[in-house]
Design a protein around this ligand. Structure first.
Ligand code: GRF
Length: 209
């Protein structure tokens, strides 16, 4: 059993935890989180949105909700390791400039290096579309269907140096139905994600896990 993790500060409605959301794509999870934060007094608030992809459809939520949004693409470099470190340093500086306390990955498609993870240890959370440790990586729905699984789901977890290996905070099951395709399954799992992630963040930001 891992030790319970308590964030550096307990958020309150008057002093909510300052969140940055990192995305790469459609941002439906970001949208659900922003709607949740606006619909009621909340112990966390999104202060920054970062995308590594300038074409990420989710970027428009920053404009819609009047939240600063940055596109930080991978910088040019021949050395892949240097390139990742440079990229993460740019992200780290943006997080520090906005006094971010918690990094929320929501469809962010890059693996973070141990350099970045160690700086933010215990303060990076991810949602993954399977019941981890089953089907880690970028093709969770494809892998679950290929495996003939009857049940899948989603997992909210702390991010560590591995790929989808960090401490699990919460999971919810979703049944795989006859005739499911990747798209159909993804849609149903996302509906659950959009409820689960904001709820877990409420608890995490107010009392830890
Ligand atoms: C979600 O299914 C999430 O679990 C995974 O990436 C997907 C992001 O979707 N990590 P969206 O960009 O929020 O629509």
């Amino acid at each position: 059993m891992s030790e319970p993790y308590i964030p550096p500060r307990r958020g309150s409605v008057n002093e909510p935890i300052r969140i940055a959301v990192l995305i790469s794509g459609s941002g439906s999870g970001l949208s659900a989180l922003l709607n949740h934060q606006q619909s009621k007094p909340c112990v966390h608030i999104t202060k920054l949105i970062i995308s590594d992809n300038k074409d990420a459809r989710g970027l428009h939520y920053g404009e819609d909700f009047k939240i600063p949004s940055l596109t930080i693409p991978l910088p040019e470099s021949v050395d892949r390791n240097k390139q990742r470190i440079m990229h993460e340093n740019l992200i780290d500086n943006a997080l520090l400039d906005s006094e971010i306390e918690l990094v929320v990955l929501s469809g962010y498609m890059r693996i973070l290096t141990s350099n970045f993870v160690s700086k933010w240890k215990g303060r990076i959370i991810n949602i993954h579309p399977s019941l981890l440790p089953k089907y880690p990586g970028a093709h969770a729905h494809r892998d679950a269907l290929a495996d003939g699984a009857k049940i899948t789901g989603c997992t909210v977890h702390l991010v560590d140096e591995g790929v989808d290996t960090g401490q699990i905070i919460a999971q919810e099951e979703v049944a795989i139905l006859e005739g499911d395709t990747i798209e159909k399954l993804q849609d149903r799992v996302k509906k659950v994600e959009h409820r689960l992630y904001p709820k877990v963040l409420d608890i995490f930001c107010s009392q830890g896990i």
